[in-house]
Design a protein around this ligand. Structure first.
Ligand code: PSU
Ligand code: MN
Length: 351
């Protein structure tokens, strides 16, 4: 049930609507909590295709925030509605505008995975609780760029089934000792959203990443012509030396798998890997020196926890600027287009 919030207290001046969660057995309104833009609200209630997009790629990744409007238009050009997710001044939001993302980047944002969502969103409850100092609570409310994990949680809550992005987090090299395993992987084990990415970057341990996803019960497939066998892609490279557990030939097949998963009531997520367009691909060996430098420096400088990946991403980008940036842009655009096409096919199958 989606309604306008009856309590004027927290509604921002815009006409944005809020979601009342509809978890079975929990039907009472939890309050004005998740803000969903009017365009996304309308698309969802009319069963039109919607594609979730993440905000960590702008706040802590290697992409510039001026790409937001471009990715939005890529989604639209394929007949779907874009829904960038993140936390804006303490309000978990689905359907951030490019200007809002720009504000988050300018003013600074925390990196938000599943574990961080509640803390950043809690400020709105303090303001609503009465008796508190509203202005103070609002001033303390921070921005959050949601990772794949954080974005999946928000997308699932809003009812969005498909999400397009760049690279998936994974098991880090040496992860069997450090236990640095991205929360993206456990999220795929528990949250039914289909993620389209170019696999994961070669600074990760791709073989262990796939082992972990298998244990988590996350479906993994790679787009391959004719559905032939293929590697799970390594971001800039189409080959990783690690075979993908399965392949799909086109968006329609991917959509059917997403729908079957839903009909079966399986709550885990799905990972559709989309190899980088051939003409932009960079051989693994060309990136290896930069990767090794970045991973070594991160270790020497003590970048652990959620600071590790952002350091490595930016360092690799700086060390390989000329080559990696155009490749990064091309693959994100290709993934987002693919996600939109999947969402369109899914809407047709559900009609
Ligand atoms: N890998 C990339 N680009 C990215 C990320 C990973 O090639 O932008 C970001 C994504 O938001 C991903 C997050 O969800 O990093 C994973 O971070 P961690 O390894 O700390 O879980
Ligand atoms: Mn980590």
């Amino acid at each position: 049930i989606r309604r306008r919030c009856p309590n004027g207290h927290l509604i921002p001046p815009s006409s944005s609507r809020f979601l009342f969660t509809t978890t079975p057995g929990h039907r009472t309104a939890l309050g004005p909590f998740l803000r969903i833009s009017p365009e996304v609200t309308d698309a969802l209630s009319a069963n039109k295709p919607v594609v979730a997009l993440e905000s960590t790629i702008y706040t802590h990744g290697a992409l510039a925030d001026d790409l937001t409007s471009h990715l939005d238009s890529v989604v639209r050009s394929h007949g779907a509605v874009p829904a960038t997710c993140g936390i804006l001044a303490g309000v978990p939001t689905v359907g951030l505008t490019p200007a809002e993302v720009g504000r988050m980047v300018r003013e600074g944002a925390a990196k938000v995975s599943r574990r961080d969502l509640a803390r950043l969103s809690a400020t709105s409850l303090l303001a609503a609780g009465g008796g508190g100092d509203d202005g103070q609570a609002r001033a303390a409310a921070g921005h959050g760029g949601t990772t794949i994990s954080g974005t999946m949680v928000l997308a699932r809550l809003a009812g969005i089934r498909v999400f397009g992005t760049g690279g998936l987090g994974g098991v880090h090299r040496g992860g069997e000792r450090s236990m640095d395993v991205s929360a993206d992987l456990t999220e795929l084990g528990r949250t039914r959203v289909a993620v389209v990415s170019s696999g994961c970057k070669g600074f990760l341990d791709i073989a262990r990443t796939l082992e972990f996803l298998e244990t988590q019960g996350a479906f993994v497939a790679t787009f391959a012509e004719g559905g032939k066998a293929a590697d799970f892609p390594a971001f800039w490279a189409r080959e990783s030396g690690v075979p993908s557990p399965s392949t799909v030939r086109d968006e329609r097949e991917a959509a059917a798998i997403i729908l079957a998963q839903e009909r079966l009531g399986i709550e885990s997520g799905l990972m559709f890997a989309n190899p980088i367009p051939e003409e932009y691909a960079i051989p693994r060996s060309d990136m290896e020196a930069a990767i090794e430098t970045a991973v070594r420096e991160a270790q020497e400088k003590g970048f652990t926890g959620n600071a590790n990946t952002p350091y490595i991403l930016r360092r690799i980008r700086d060390l390989t600027q000329g080559r990696s940036v155009p490749a990064n842009l091309a693959l994100v655009e290709s993934n987002v287009a693919r996600a939109a096409k999947i969402a369109v096919e899914l809407a047709k199958l559900m009609d």
